[in-house]
Every structure is written in structure tokens, then in C-alpha cells.
Design a protein. Structure first.
Length: 250
């Protein structure tokens, strides 16, 4: 792959909280058409890493590049407008609003039009078109008019990704999208990730190891804030160091 395939890169990314090093000199690349999973026990630094990549917290040192441009000092909204989307461990939907309205709000945030104050938001063809397309891609066409609060847990996670897609991202940072899902819901989410892979660079933080080894092209393993391995799923699975530190002979 050429360097142009690298959509997100971090180098020597570090975050300290007083004397605690939460993330220690992490370097990785996300390429279009691949799913890069980051695994590790609770407290390994995975969410802190995502928060730095998305712009929610600044790094203590190191750099972040998005589509070849350094964005280390950029805010989260600016990175989002430049093509970076993320989901969270906890659902961030608007329960009283319908599925379509949730997606429209996300699309509208990408391209706000404050100067058109007289126009009803529902009348904005751009945001409504993006909302419908993102809901369709996430498999939610049958529940467009259902209040988000009435969706199943799995559908709420699908809606989170639909809202992410409505902002037209090229890079997706997904923080435990399979958390709390049953087998059937997990299968639907894995199918969705496979469909999204060709057009995006995806960073997946996940605890479901069976799912990770099925869907990931590359796996990075974190222990105590540091990377101890970053390789193909097969190589990671058979790494004695990884097994001793995390997988427990998985």
C-alpha cells in the first residue's frame, strides 16, 4: 500500500496524568480498507488513546496526522469536519427523537448553516439525504420513525454508527461497539463493519476476542499504556508475550 492509503497516523503519542503514564509512546497507522483492532485489559489505555486520536484530550507529547495533515492541536469538532468520526462506550443517542431525526442532527452538525435561520431543519435536503443514507447503511431502514429510546440495545449501537456515518467520515474510531450484545446482534454488527471496511479506515477497541479475531486485519495489544505487539491476528494469537500478558492462552 502507498502512503496515501494511510488516513490516520499517530507517532510517539503519550498521555500522562501526574505521575501516571496512561498511554506511553504509541505509534500506529490506520489504512483505508482495513480494520485495526486495539485490545487490552481494563486500564490498558485504549480509551485514552481514542480520546487523543479524536481530539477530546490533548496528548502530553507526540503527534496525530489525519489524511496527511498534522492535526495534533485541532479540536474534536474540527477533526470531525475533516473526516474523523467516533462512537463511544456509552450510547450517545437522543432517546425521544426518531432514528431519522438522530441521524439528521448528526449530519447537520457536520455542515451547519446558521445563516439560513428561516429554514426548517427538516427541510434541509443535504442533511436529510445524508441521514437517510446513513440509516440505510447501518441497517435501520425499517425503524426510521421509531423513537431511539425504544430500540433494542443492538439497534441503538447501530444507530450510533449511523450517526457517525451521517457526518461522512473517512476514519471511524469505534469504542466497544459490541458491548452488551447477544450473538445475533453481534453478527449484525460484524456484517456492518465488513460492509464499511472498503471505504474507511476503522479503529476498533473491543473486548470480544472471538469477534476481534474474526474481523480485524491487524491487532495492536496494549498493556499498562504501552504497545507490546502489533501484527496480524494469527501472529498475535500465537505470540507468547501476548498470551502471557493478556490472552491467557486464548
Amino acid at each position: 500500500m502507498s502512503q496515501t492509503d494511510v488516513l490516520l497516523r499517530c507517532q510517539e503519542l503519550t498521555r500522562r496524568w501526574g505521575g501516571l503514564v496512561a498511554v506511553d509512546r504509541m505509534s500506529l497507522e490506520l489504512r483505508r480498507g482495513t480494520i485495526h483492532a486495539v485490545i487490552g485489559t481494563n486500564g490498558a489505555g485504549k480509551s485514552t488513546l481514542i480520546n487523543m486520536l479524536s481530539g477530546e484530550i490533548p496528548p502530553s507529547s507526540g503527534t496525530v496526522e489525519l489524511m496527511g495533515q498534522e492535526v495534533t492541536a485541532w479540536s474534536q469538532p474540527r477533526r470531525a469536519q475533516a473526516g474523523l468520526g467516533r462512537s463511544y462506550q456509552r450510547t450517545t443517542i437522543y432517546p425521544p427523537f426518531t432514528v431519522l431525526e438522530n441521524c439528521r442532527l448528526a449530519a447537520q452538525a457536520r455542515t451547519p448553516k446558521p445563516w439560513r435561520w428561516w429554514e426548517s431543519a427538516q427541510q434541509c435536503r443535504d442533511s436529510m439525504g445524508a441521514a437517510r443514507l446513513s440509516a440505510e447503511r447501518a441497517g435501520l431502514n425499517d425503524v426510521l420513525d421509531r423513537p431511539a429510546g425504544l430500540l433494542s440495545h443492538g439497534q441503538k449501537r447501530q444507530l450510533e454508527i449511523a450517526m457517525c456515518l451521517a457526518t461522512d467520515p473517512q476514519v471511524l474510531l469505534l469504542d466497544e461497539p459490541l458491548a452488551g450484545m447477544g450473538a445475533e446482534e453481534t453478527e449484525r454488527m460484524l456484517e456492518l463493519l465488513a460492509q464499511l471496511r472498503p471505504g474507511h479506515a476503522i479503529l476498533l477497541v473491543e473486548h470480544d476476542m472471538d469477534a476481534v479475531f474474526r474481523v480485524a486485519d491487524q491487532i495492536t495489544v496494549m498493556v499498562n499504556g504501552a504497545m507490546i505487539a502489533s501484527d496480524t491476528p494469527q501472529a498475535v494469537r500465537h505470540s507468547p508475550e501476548v498470551q502471557a500478558a493478556y490472552l491467557g492462552g486464548h
